[in-house]
Write a protein that binds this ligand. Structure first.
Ligand code: C5P
Length: 336
């Protein structure tokens, strides 16, 4: 008999190949249309029975992750607890029934940098959902988990789904993108610093209300008329580029409405983006709310060349080569 003591889940970082941002909503979030793309930079999250809930974080940027109840993985655990699981239709939440300790300890081994625009915290939350659903034998289906995920954060549902998908609403309403099985080669340039997502959204709102004359005076490139449209639109050019599987077309179609705001807060990123394009990237953009910069390469070899040259150019803290799309959160089989 195998005794299961813990469940480990591997979960990817995300890029936004398009991020179109509308005006702020009444709840403070922004209407979005985005094309999410999961890439091969993974965190590993382990859930184990414990007397009380807790979290330990190790690896890349661990000291910047909160370990109290505001940790996104613990918030995901709390959200899952409220849901009746398999055989618990009496209204009793998951993880409460049965013998054994009532709590869960979450251990997060981070490789996705924190506050880098790659949705690392959301990824950890998604992984915690998958791990606890398995640990507690909750039996929730993926659509049920996606519903819980959408309540926890804007990017959590996509970290469950993975692949390439269109996100609407505040990013949580997902439609998988139909595209051929093309593997894209990306180089990520990690910055020496962090950006706060709410602050970058607020900076975009300010840029949009500042008026074109003021923006021109500051040299900001604003991608659309201010204020943003009520319903931002999906970029059909990007979608047909993805359907063609042509990396050159995809590279030219990458766009991010948050980029001018991120650049206004972190001007050094302009140099990073320019360096990548000069060194032959097919396209370049800031990842989500930044400050990571993302470059698309024509092949694995070109990605290696680009990564080596970027690290030599002194325009970022470090680089990583990743590929996409990759699947969302998956359970790592226990070593026998
Ligand atoms: O949902 P999540 O907690 O990941 O979002 C982090 C922050 O990013 C939000 O508190 C909000 O300030 C901003 N945000 C937004 N509009 C979205 C998604 C996120 O304004 N659609």
């Amino acid at each position: 008999m195998t005794i299961v003591t813990g469940v480990t889940v591997r979960v990817p970082a995300k890029l936004n190949l398009q991020l179109a941002v509308g005006p702020p909503r009444a709840d403070g979030y922004h209407h979005l249309v985005t094309v999410f793309h999961a890439v091969s930079l993974f965190d590993e999250v382990t859930a184990e029975p414990a007397e009380r809930d807790g979290v330990t974080v190790t690896g890349e940027g661990a000291d910047r992750v909160p370990v109290g109840q505001d940790n996104l993985a613990l918030r995901a655990v709390a959200a899952l607890r409220g849901v009746p699981g398999k055989g618990q239709g009496t209204g009793q939440g998951m993880g409460r029934a049965g013998p054994g300790p009532a709590g869960v300890h979450i251990t997060i081994a981070k490789r996705i940098p924190v506050a880098a625009g790659l949705a690392g915290g959301s990824a950890d939350a998604a992984a915690a959902l998958v791990a606890c659903n398995d640990l507690w034998d909750g039996g929730l289906s993926q659509p049920q988990l996606l519903e819980v995920a959408a309540r926890v954060g804007s990017d959590v549902a996509f970290a469950l789904l993975g692949g390439t998908a269109v996100g609407r609403g505040r990013g949580e309403r997902l439609t998988p993108a139909l595209a051929p099985a093309t593997r894209y080669h990306w180089v990520l340039a990690f910055a020496d610093g962090h950006l706060s997502t709410p602050e970058v959204y607020a900076a975009l709102d300010r840029l949009r209300t500042a008026g074109p004359a003021n923006r021109a005076g500051r040299g900001e490139r604003v991608p659309r008329d201010q204020p943003g449209p009520a319903e931002p639109g999906l970029d059909t050019g990007l979608m047909s580029a993805l359907r063609s599987g042509d990396a050159g077309l995809v590279g030219r179609a990458l766009s991010n409405d948050l980029q001018p705001a991120a650049l206004s807060m972190f001007p050094a990123l302009r140099k990073t983006l320019a360096a990548g394009l000069e060194l032959g990237a097919l396209g370049a953009l800031v990842a989500g709310s930044g400050p990571t910069c993302v470059f698309l390469a024509a092949s694995a070899e070109r990605a290696l060349d680009l990564a080596v040259s970027m690290s030599g150019a002194g325009v970022c803290r470090s680089v990583a080569r990743v590929t996409g799309p990759v699947p969302g959160a998956v359970i790592v089989p226990p070593v026998k």
